[in-house]
Design a protein around this ligand. Structure first.
Ligand SMILES: Nc1ncnc2c1ncn2[C@@H]1O[C@H](COP(=O)(O)OP(=O)(O)OP(=O)(O)O)[C@@H](O)[C@H]1O
Ligand SMILES: [Mg+2]
Length: 266
């Protein structure tokens, strides 16, 4: 088995183009085991492309990526056993109940006790009351929770959540955040992509910004906050929000294709 001390995810010099469009131009980052890593970026920055490479759905043109110690290009089967991927559109079957959806996946994964597995997950995701209702009657937040619950069957050590709360209302978003926190409490490594800067602030141990094909900053929220001096008003010291940091770093140089590497200036 893989040494538990290696990072959950290691990405080095990852490149990917679609014809002339150079989406990833040398992406590097690491995700520590048991942590939550948020990949931020504007529309089209290449977040989904990176997640698809890490989950073996797409091949990189250059560079390497290891997930759970396995190389995504040469050990794809091992990588797939180590991960689950929850995409933006729920993989829930509307005609089935929540419990049936979960049991279906548990059977597909050849688990011996699908009913027990389903009931445990329904409980964890606060879906016990709705367990016997068709998923078509669920709210967006419930559906998303069910979707994440389905992806946890078989206990993968690493989970990818591609924009887990896009389109959800604030209450449903908070429910999904709680589900993610519960995951990390159990030691699962989470890589999530998001457009919501507050989501990264709430959940992530480490935040990276993908911009024009590269990671332009990578650090803890505290690291990122140190990139901008706190604005001082007479008596109040105001810390910059992640949103302000993001817009300063990304918004300012939309048209300029060079030199985006920013280091934390501690
Ligand atoms: N199969 C494809 N063929 C051609 N171009 C593609 C393909 N998939 C993605 N792209 C392009 O690559 C760029 C990056 O797309 P990607 O989906 O990775 O971005 P993203 O950061 O996930 O964006 P969003 O926030 O909108 O989900 C975009 O310009 C997109 O149009
Ligand atoms: Mg995307």
């Amino acid at each position: 088995m893989t040494a538990q001390r290696t990072p959950a995810i290691q990405v080095r010099g990852l490149e990917k183009s679609y014809k002339e469009l150079r989406v990833l131009r040398g992406v590097d980052f690491e995700v520590a085991r048991g942590s939550v890593f948020a990949l931020l970026g504007s529309n089209g920055a290449g977040k989904t492309t990176a997640v698809r490479i890490l989950s073996t759905l797409l091949r990189a043109d250059a560079g390497t990526a290891r997930v759970n110690g396995f190389d995504v290009a040469t050990q794809a089967a091992n990588v797939r056993e180590s991960i689950s991927l929850t995409g933006q559109f729920a993989a829930v079957d509307e005609i089935l109940t929540g419990r049936e959806n979960l049991m279906l996946v548990a059977r597909l994964r050849h688990l011996k006790n699908p009913g027990e597995v389903a009931d445990d997950l329904l409980e964890r995701f606060s879906l016990t009351e709705a367990a016997t209702r068709r998923a078509s009657t669920y709210s967006g937040g419930m559906r998303r929770r069910l979707d994440i619950a389905m992806s946890l069957i078989g206990d993968p050590p690493i989970i990818f959540l591609d924009e887990p709360t896009t389109g959800l209302d604030p209450q449903a978003r908070i429910e999904v955040w709680q589900a993610v926190r519960d995951l990390t409490a159990r030691g699962t490594t989470v890589l999530l992509t998001t457009q919501y800067l507050e989501e990264a602030e709430q959940l992530a141990d480490r935040i990276a910004i993908l911009h024009q094909g590269r990671i332009i900053v990578d650090g803890t929220l505290a690291d990122l906050k140190r990139l901008l001096p706190p604005a001082k008003v007479e008596y109040v010291e105001k810390q910059p929000t992640l949103e302000e940091i993001f817009l300063t770093l990304v918004g300012a140089d939309r048209t300029n294709g060079h030199d985006h590497n920013v280091r934390t200036n501690t």
